[in-house]
Unconditional design. Structure first.
Length: 621
C-alpha cells in the first residue's frame, strides 16, 4: 500500500468509491492517503465546494475526524466502451514531478441510515470484551528510532483511522455536494425513526417512571441483616449486609426489568439524535437497544405461551407436583435417615448419637410437612397470569424462590444443623485443636501462627480423652452431614440451572445474530482486501484492482458474554471447589445473581471518546 521508492516510476494507491463511473473533477483528500470521495462536473470550482460544505452543519461534526475539508484533486476519465469500475485515466494535482502509476482500491460508500461502516480494529461492542488499558510498549517506543525501516515519503500512512473516517463520510459528503441546500440528509433507518418517535411522545410518563424506579431500586437495595462469617460473610468487610434482592430471585428479576426500562428511557433521546461524527458509537447503542427490545418481546411471548399452559392444566400440574414433593422432598429423606440409623452395610455408627440425629431431623421434616400447604390449581393459575404479564423470566424467578424459600426449608435446616456439628466438632475442635496436642503444637492467636508447646501430663490426658471421644463420634456426624450436603448440592444444581437460563435469556445476542446473517456490514470486525483480475477475453486495457471489504465480527466476540458467564459459573460450581467446601465444612451457597449481570448503560463520557466500555460485574464471594 505504500508507494514504491523507485526512482523511475512510482506506484500510488488510490481509494476510489465503488459505483462512481462519472468523468469529471474528483474531490477528496491527499493525506494520510489519497482518498477520492466523489466526482463533480468540470464547471465546479474550489470556492463553490467550500461554500457547500460551510453551509452544512452535519459536515462540521465530521470534518475534524476526516482531517479537514476535502479539496479538488484532479480529473478522471472513464472509457464508455468498457465496464471497468476504475477510471481509464486519472490525473491528480499536487503529487510532485513525474506521472505515478495508480493502484486502485475500491470501497463502497455507506449511507448513514444504513448503519454500515468500516473499521480497522473491531469496535468494543456490548457483545464483545472491553479492552483493558495497556501499559507501555517498550518495543514500540524503540521502533520509532529505527532508521533502517523504509518509510513512505509521499503519504504518512497507507491506511489508518483517519482514512477509514474519510471513507465512512464519503456518502454524506456526496449527498451534501450533489443535493440542493434545502434537502436534508436522512440519518435514521425508517423502522428506528418510527419507533423512537412514538417513544418520544411518552416523555412525561418517562419522567414519572424514572422517579418510581429510583424509589424501587432503593427499596430493593435496602440492607436487611448482616452476613455472618460462618455462612459466607467476609471478615475483612464486617459491614456486609444481606439485601432484599440477594434473597429473592423475583426481586432480582424486577431489578433487571427496572434497569432495562431505565436503559430504554435514557437511550431514546440519544438514538433520535444520530451523531454522524461517530457512526461506530451510534451503531453500538442502536444494536444494544434493539437487542434488548427483542429479548423482552420474546420473553413476553414465551411467558404468554407458558402462562396459558399453566392456567389450562392447573389441576393436573398440582396433583403431579404434590406427588413429586411428597416423594422426593419428604418421603425419600425420611427413609434414608431410618436406613442410616439401621447400620447399613455394616457401618457401625454410634447408636445414641445416630438416634438423636434421626429424631431431630425427622421431627424437622414432619413439622415442615404439616406446615407446608399442598400445591393447588389456583397457584398455577396465578403463576400463569404472572408469566403472561412479566414473561418467562418472571416465571423462572418465581420457581426459584418457590424452591429455595418454601419447598426445601426443612432440607436447608437439616444441612445447617449437620454442618455446624461437623465443622465445630470435627474440623475446628478435633482437627484444629486436639490434633495439635498430640504433635506438641498450639495455636498462637496473637501472632496468627502455630507454635511448639510443651503440655503437662494432665493436659495430655484430657486432650487424649476428648480426641478419642470425638474420633469415635465423628463418623456418625460425617455420615449425616454428607447426606444433607448431597441434598444441598442437588438443590444448588437446580437453582444454578435456573439462574443460568435466566442469565442467558437476559443477554442472548438475538439482534446481533440476525444482523450477522442478514447484513454483516452492520457488525464489522475489521477490513480485508480482495483482488479482482479482469478476464482475458474482456480486458481492453483494464488493470487489476483491490476491493476494500468489511469482515464481520466473529461469533466468539458476539457470544463473549456467554463465555464470561460460563467461566464465572464454572469457577463457582467447580466440582473440586464444591468438594473442598464439603470436606472443610464451609457453607454451600448459590452464585450471587448480581455477579452474572451485565450493565446495559456504557460508562459516562463515552460519547466524547467514542469508545463503549462494557462493565462486567463479576463479584464472587
Amino acid at each position: 500500500m505504500l508507494p514504491s521508492s523507485s526512482t523511475t516510476t512510482r506506484t500510488v494507491s488510490v481509494f476510489w468509491p465503488h459505483g462512481s463511473t462519472k468523468s469529471g473533477v474528483c474531490y477528496g483528500w491527499l493525506k494520510p492517503a489519497i482518498c477520492i470521495a466523489g466526482v463533480v462536473d468540470d464547471t465546479v470550482n474550489p470556492d463553490a465546494l467550500s461554500a457547500a460544505l460551510s453551509q452544512s452543519t452535519l459536515w462540521d461534526s465530521v470534518k475534524s475526524s476526516c482531517g479537514g475539508n476535502p479539496v479538488l484533486l484532479g480529473t478522471c476519465t472513464f472509457n464508455p466502451n468498457t465496464r471497468s469500475p476504475v477510471p481509464s485515466s486519472l490525473k491528480l494535482w499536487g503529487l510532485g514531478e513525474g506521472a505515478p502509476t495508480f493502484s486502485f482500491v475500491l470501497y463502497r460508500p455507506h449511507a448513514p441510515q444504513s448503519l454500515r461502516f468500516y473499521v480497522i480494529d473491531p469496535p468494543e461492542y456490548p457483545l464483545a470484551p472491553s479492552k483493558a488499558p495497556r501499559g507501555r510498549d517498550f518495543y514500540e517506543e524503540l521502533a520509532r528510532y529505527d532508521f533502517t525501516r523504509p518509510e513512505g515519503r509521499d503519504v504518512d500512512q497507507a491506511l489508518n483511522d483517519v482514512v477509514i473516517d474519510q471513507i465512512n463520510a464519503s456518502f454524506l459528503l456526496q449527498t451534501i455536494i450533489n443535493s440542493a441546500p434545502q434537502k436534508s440528509v436522512k440519518l435514521l433507518p425508517t423502522t428506528a425513526s418510527f419507533l423512537l418517535t412514538i417513544a418520544s411522545y411518552l416523555g412525561g410518563f418517562f419522567s414519572f417512571f424514572l422517579v418510581v424506579s429510583r424509589i424501587a431500586a432503593a427499596f430493593m437495595n435496602l440492607p436487611l441483616l448482616p452476613i455472618p462469617t460462618w455462612i459466607g460473610g467476609s471478615s475483612k468487610s464486617p459491614r456486609s449486609y444481606v439485601k432484599l434482592k440477594d434473597i429473592s430471585a423475583t426481586v432480582q428479576q424486577l431489578d433487571v426489568r427496572l434497569e432495562q426500562a431505565v436503559f430504554f428511557i435514557t437511550q431514546v433521546t440519544t438514538l433520535r439524535r444520530q451523531n454522524t461524527n461517530n457512526i461506530v458509537f451510534y451503531s453500538v447503542r442502536y444494536t444494544n437497544f434493539f437487542n434488548t427490545a427483542w429479548l423482552i418481546m420474546n420473553d413476553l411471548s414465551l411467558g404468554l405461551a407458558f402462562g396459558t399452559f399453566l392456567s389450562e392444566n392447573g389441576t393436573i400440574l398440582a396433583d403431579t407436583g404434590n406427588q413429586a414433593i411428597q416423594s422426593f422432598l419428604f418421603r425419600m429423606p425420611r427413609e434414608v435417615l431410618y436406613w442410616l440409623d439401621a447400620w447399613p452395610a455394616g457401618l457401625k455408627l454410634n447408636a445414641q448419637l445416630s438416634r438423636f440425629y434421626v429424631n431431630t431431623l425427622v421431627g424437622v421434616i414432619d413439622t415442615w410437612e404439616s406446615i407446608l400447604p399442598p400445591l393447588s390449581p389456583s397457584l398455577f393459575t396465578t403463576l400463569g397470569f404472572l408469566s403472561s404479564v412479566g414473561g418467562i423470566t418472571l416465571l423462572l424467578s418465581l420457581t426459584s424462590d418457590l424452591l429455595s424459600l418454601f419447598l426445601t426449608i426443612h432440607l436447608r435446616i437439616g444441612y445447617e444443623f449437620t454442618r455446624a456439628v461437623y465443622w465445630a466438632a470435627g474440623v475446628r475442635l478435633g482437627g484444629g485443636l486436639l490434633w495439635g496436642v498430640f504433635r506438641g503444637k498450639r495455636r498462637n492467636v496473637l501472632r496468627n501462627r502455630t507454635d511448639t508447646w510443651s503440655y503437662d501430663l494432665d493436659q495430655l490426658l484430657f486432650g487424649t480423652v476428648l480426641f478419642t471421644l470425638l474420633a469415635f463420634l465423628f463418623p456418625t456426624a460425617l455420615v449425616y452431614y454428607v447426606f444433607f450436603a448431597g441434598l444441598r448440592l442437588a438443590t444448588l444444581l437446580v437453582q444454578a440451572s435456573i439462574e443460568t437460563l435466566l442469565a442467558f435469556m437476559h443477554h442472548f445476542p438475538l439482534f446481533a445474530l440476525m444482523l450477522r446473517v442478514k447484513d454483516p456490514s452492520r457488525l464489522p470486525g475489521g477490513v480485508c482486501f480482495s483482488l479482482r483480475i479482469p478476464s482475458p477475453t474482456s480486458t481492453n486495457g483494464q488493470l487489476p484492482y483491490l476491493i476494500l471489504e468489511s469482515q464481520p465480527i466473529s461469533l466468539s466476540a458476539i457470544f463473549f458474554q456467554y463465555i464470561e458467564l460460563w467461566n464465572c459459573l464454572a469457577r463457582h460450581y467447580n466440582p473440586l471447589r464444591l468438594l473442598y467446601q464439603v470436606l472443610s465444612g464451609q457453607h454451600l451457597s448459590s452464585i450471587p445473581p448480581y455477579s452474572i449481570r451485565y450493565a446495559l448503560e456504557p460508562e459516562a463520557g463515552v460519547e466524547e471518546t467514542g469508545k463503549v466500555e462494557v462493565k462486567v460485574k463479576v463479584k464472587e464471594e
